[in-house]
Design a protein around this ligand. Structure first.
Ligand SMILES: [Cu+2]
Length: 454
């Protein structure tokens, strides 16, 4: 197939190139690199082909390619992997080339791309190149556009990356199981002209979710909506790396949503604009400033901002249960309930029983025994104590004077003197409280028509 194409489109150069490749070399698959680490890898500058400014995959990596007769060849291996969700918890997932999500694929608008997909799973799979304009037969929908890739088999996909933007890849085969097991990855098509849409730092990750019982290692694959681990690239806070940027940088963060619900993603300290959607770049005249943008199921969004405010800025999903790790939800609200008498009686039978929830839900400092292989609901230590977050939470760390390609964690922000909220120890004017005699809830009743009466 390759030889025939080279012959048909043949310049002397490609003919010579093909002739120099040995028969074994011509028939061989490109190498399928394996990534053992769940850390954020440095950006991968293109060794050949058109130039571009590479992305940084949060707690992930980009897949190297082999250039063959002008075609970028990648090799993905679908296989069971062990992914560290955060220190203290590992999960048995399915992914690609050693990790879930799989590696980010980076190409340039106009590139011809050939992707070999080897299936080492116990069931058939396929890859759908989510968002790409491509020949219908390359769209990766099992049964509709191709047969499933049986265990042990390798399929090859080939198309031209026609449009610059942010894309995803995932199976279109036993989809509920394979997505619940973590099979997905990001795809970036860079603009042909590197000066177009140029930014200083360009991050990408997928929003994904798992349902893994505390103490278990394998996700429950029949869960429809009640997932208990909300992750960026299969990592939960405090396992998600910070996004480190230089003060003054133009920053882009791209995120694709392959969970079963929407995620209003919120950045502190900066206003951003949505500059890219599933369908391409948003024209400058159609952008408006935001601090939160909702990313729907199956959608990709690219946001951009000028990192002009130094500090450690929270960046998280604004659904508060998505910034928590595995927890029980069948918990009654106990705020304001005096559990004193109850706890004494229970303590007589069960000395380790703790009264919970009567003063709120704060659990950051609580030391409770956890089963093996799970994460505290709300955790993460900051410079001022417990951060009391989990799940889809991390920080954007804006610093002066970083080197252009320095993404190393600079540690916690050191605030200039007098710029941190602190306890007030001076005089206070008399405080009028809602619990004063003007509004005593205990003497108030609500009539049938909804009016409050004393
Ligand atoms: Cu969310």
């Amino acid at each position: 197939m390759t030889t025939r194409r080279a012959f048909l489109s043949g310049s002397v150069g490609t003919m010579l190139g093909a002739a120099l490749v040995s028969k074994v070399g011509a028939a061989s698959l490109p190498e399928a690199p394996l990534q053992p680490s769940a850390a954020t890898m440095p950006p991968l500058p293109p060794p050949n082909g058109r130039p571009y400014h590479p992305v940084v995959t949060l707690n992930g990596w980009s897949l190297p390619w082999r250039m063959k007769n002008g075609v970028k060849e990648f090799h993905l291996v679908a296989e069971p992997v062990v992914r560290e969700i955060a220190p203290g918890m590992k999960a048995n997932l399915w992914g690609y080339n050693g990790q879930s999500p799989g590696p980010t694929i980076e190409v340039v608008e106009g590139d011809r791309v050939r992707i070999f997909v080897t299936n080492k799973l116990p069931e058939h799979t396929s890859i759908h190149w989510h968002g790409q304009p491509l020949p219908n037969g390359m769209d990766g929908v099992t049964g509709l556009t191709q047969p499933g890739i049986a265990p042990g088999k390798t399929f090859v996909y080939e198309f031209v990356a026609q449009r610059a933007g942010t894309f995803m890849y995932h199976p279109h085969a036993d989809e509920m199981v394979q997505m619940a097991m973590g099979m997905m990855g990001s795809w970036i098509t860079h603009p042909k002209n590197p000066a177009e849409h140029a930014v200083d730092r360009d991050f990408v990750f997928l929003l994904n979710a798992y349902d893994i019982d505390p103490g278990a290692y394998t996700p429950k694959t029949s869960t429809m909506l009640e997932f208990n681990l909300w992750t960026f690239n299969s990592r939960a806070f405090p396992g998600i790396d910070p996004m480190v940027v230089r003060r003054g940088d133009r920053v882009r963060i791209r995120a694709g949503n392959l969970t079963m619900t929407n995620h209003p993603v919120h950045l502190h300290g900066h206003a951003f604009e949505v500059t890219g959607t599933d369908g391409g770049w948003v024209p400058a005249t159609a952008r408006w400033p935001e601090v939160t943008t909702d990313i729907g199921v199956g959608q990709m969004r690219a946001i951009e901002f000028n990192a002009n405010a130094p500090g450690d800025w929270a960046f998280h999903c604004h659904k508060s249960h998505h910034t928590m790790n595995a927890m029980g939800h069948q918990v009654p609200t106990m705020i304001g309930v005096d559990q004193g008498g109850v706890s004494e009686k229970i303590n007589a039978l069960l000395p380790s029983y703790m009264v919970m929830g009567d003063k709120g839900g704060a659990m950051g400092g609580m030391q409770m025994p956890l089963p093996e292989n799970t994460l505290p609901m709300m955790s993460g230590d900051g410079p001022f104590g417990g951060i009391e977050m989990g799940g889809m939470f991390t920080t954007v760390k804006v610093r002066d004077g970083l080197a252009r390609d320095d993404y190393r964690d600079p540690g916690w922000y050191r605030h200039p003197a007098g710029t941190v909220a602190q306890e007030w120890t001076g005089e206070l004017p008399p405080v009028t409280s809602a619990q004063g005699p003007q509004a005593d809830a205990s003497t108030m009743t609500v009539t049938r028509d909804g009016k409050m009466q004393h």
